[in-house]
Design a binder for this molecule. Structure first.
Ligand SMILES: [Zn+2]
Length: 55
């Protein structure tokens, strides 16, 4: 059984963003390669999007 379909791929540089521990909707993950922030929108199915900060 392989449930490893929950990879988060950075929308900017396509690196996999590793998340340790539990992931929750609303979590903000930061790409270790380019610093892009990705927000978890949904867990099942996994959906996420680049977080755009308006300043
Ligand atoms: Zn990245």
């Amino acid at each position: 059984m392989n449930e490893n379909n929950n990879k988060i791929i950075c929308p900017d540089c396509k690196s996999e963003i590793k998340k340790t521990g539990k992931m929750e909707v609303g979590d903000i993950l930061e790409c270790s390669e380019c610093g892009t922030e990705v927000e978890i929108l949904s867990l099942k199915p996994l959906k996420y999007g680049e977080l755009v900060e308006e300043k």
